[in-house]
Structure formats: structure tokens, C-alpha cells
Write a protein that binds this ligand. Structure first.
Ligand code: BMP
Length: 262
């Protein structure tokens, strides 16, 4: 089944963050997530404010910012309320359970306090999910697992992807979905119980010279049946007006979804 609406999908989840994400998508009519990988607080907040109305989710790499401070988080939370989007810290945890638990809740970033969604590689085994869950579950947070990657030559195999899905099935209360290039089929349409978010999306470029590979919103949403497009430099990297570019990707993503529903 590929013609299920976002609203219908929300009912498949007990996790509050997952339900909220689908609600926002349907309400704002956008399946666009912004990957805001800029290096100064001012640029970060400026773009987040401008693009906020057109996105369902703001994806951060908080450790890229050269002038990170607690005020940035306060300002970001205000923008989140103003524009209604979820915050996804793309930390890609990849260590033993005890370590990731500390990385998630401690340190200068205190990610658990402000990120609705985080992600992790399953390479270390299921303990990584258990560690993150000890912090995140009671806060109603959601975890995405990296089932596939967009970069050329990545080492993820089909078996690795399948094992990642197996781990997700054991933690459906906390694992809300996957980073993947497509909606990965799982027996009995269980894939509808997970959110699929896809990076490596661009309307102008096919690659970035450092291994990133771009596909269009139509390829990702209509053909590969993913739920959400993640776009970074396509929006803020061309020197063009970020609002115009955000609307262009929002429209492309939403039209691709409507086309799939037909
Ligand atoms: P851009 O659209 O500028 O290429 O950014 C893509 C974003 O998605 C980056 O923040 C990157 O870290 C992330 N990403 C990716 O590109 N491929 C993956 O497989 C997983 C990612 O998280």
C-alpha cells in the first residue's frame, strides 16, 4: 500500500513525536525537512526563521556552529513554537549504549533537552538503542536508524539494512523510522509503522564533489515512496533567496506526494 495519507499514517504510531510530525506535515502541507548546516548562530537563526513556515522538520548538526551557546537553543525553541516544526539533531550516534546515553544527555549540547528526534547507526548492536531509549523514551522523543546512506561507496549492505530493520521492530515505542533512500518494504506492510526520511535531495545538482549523490523530490517521494525529503544546500547553498528555494522544494515534495496518492 503506497497511497496512504500522512494523516492515516499517524494513527499507526504510539510515539508522540511521530504522530506530531505527521500532523505538522498534513497541517502545513509540507514533507520538506531543512538540513541547516551553516556555521554561525546568526545565519542559522536567520534562515530558520525565513524557511520555518515551509518545513515540517529542522535538521541540525549542532557541532558545526562556531558560536554555539545556550541562547541559540532558546532562540531555536522560540522559532519552533512560532513556525511549528520538529527539531532533529543529526548526531548519528555510533557507540556503546552507556557512551551514547551520556553523549545524548550530557556535554555542552545537552541534545536530549531540545531535539525531538535523533538518529543512530546500529553498527554497535542493540545496546545503542537501549542506551538512547533510557534517556529519550520518557521525554517522548523519537529515534531514526540509519538503514541506508546517500553517499557514494558507503559500506551499508542489504544484510546490514535488514538487521537494522530487525532492531527497529524490537523497539517500536522509540524507533520511529529510518534514514533511507526509499520506503523499504517490510513484511505485512509494517513499513507504514515507520517514517522514512531521505537525504541527498536536489533539483539542480547530481553530486557535490565529496561523494554526496542527489535525486529529485519526485524520484524520492513518488518513485521511492519515502515520506520526507531532507534538503540542505539546495535551499541555502546557491546564493539565491532561501524563501524562494524553500517554497520550490516544498512544492516539489508535496506535488510528488499528491502524484503518488493518485
Ligand atoms: P545537503 O542537502 O546539503 O547535501 O545535506 C544533506 C544533509 O543530510 C547533511 O546534513 C548530511 O549530514 C545528511 N545526510 C546525508 O546527506 N546522507 C545520509 O546518508 C545521511 C545524512 O544524515
Amino acid at each position: 500500500m503506497t497511497n496512504v495519507t500522512y494523516t492515516e499514517r499517524a494513527a499507526n504510531f504510539n510515539n508522540k513525536t511521530a504522530r506530531k510530525l505527521f500532523e505538522i506535515i498534513e497541517h502545513k502541507k509540507t514533507n520538506l525537512a531543512l538540513a541547516l548546516d551553516v556555521s554561525t548562530k546568526q545565519e542559522f537563526l536567520d534562515i530558520a526563521d525565513k524557511v520555518g513556515p515551509y518545513i515540517c522538520c529542522l535538521k541540525t548538526h549542532i557541532d558545526i556552529l562556531i558560536d554555539f551557546d545556550n541562547d541559540l537553543i532558546e532562540q531555536l525553541k522560540k522559532l519552533q513554537i512560532k513556525h511549528d516544526f520538529l527539531i532533529f539533531e543529526d548526531r548519528k550516534f555510533a557507540d556503546i549504549g552507556n557512551t551514547v546515553k551520556n553523549q545524548y544527555s550530557q556535554g555542552i549540547y545537552r541534545i536530549a533537552e531540545w531535539a525531538d528526534i535523533i538518529n543512530a547507526h546500529c553498527l554497535p548492536g542493540e545496546g545503542i538503542i537501549n542506551g538512547l531509549k533510557e534517556i529519550g523514551l520518557s521525554l517522548n522523543r523519537g529515534l531514526l536508524l540509519l538503514a541506508e546512506m546517500s553517499s557514494k561507496g558507503n559500506l551499508i549492505t542489504r544484510d546490514y539494512t535488514n538487521s537494522t530493520i530487525e532492531m527497529a521492530l524490537n523497539h517500536k515505542d522509540f524507533v520511529i523510522g529510518f534514514i533511507a533512500s526509499r520506503k523499504i518494504p517490510i513484511n505485512n506492510n509494517i513499513q507504514n509503522d515507520f517514517i522514512f526520511m531521505t537525504p541527498g535531495v536536489g533539483l539542480s545538482n547530481k553530486e557535490d564533489g565529496l561523494g554526496q549523490q542527489y535525486r529529485t523530490p519526485r524520484e524520492v517521494i513518488t518513485e521511492s515512496k519515502s515520506d520526507i525529503i531532507i534538503v540542505g544546500r539546495g535551499i541555502y547553498g546557491s546564493g539565491k533567496d532561501v524563501i524562494t528555494e524553500a517554497k520550490r522544494y516544498r512544492d516539489a515534495g508535496w506535488n510528488a506526494y499528491l502524484e503518488r496518492l493518485k
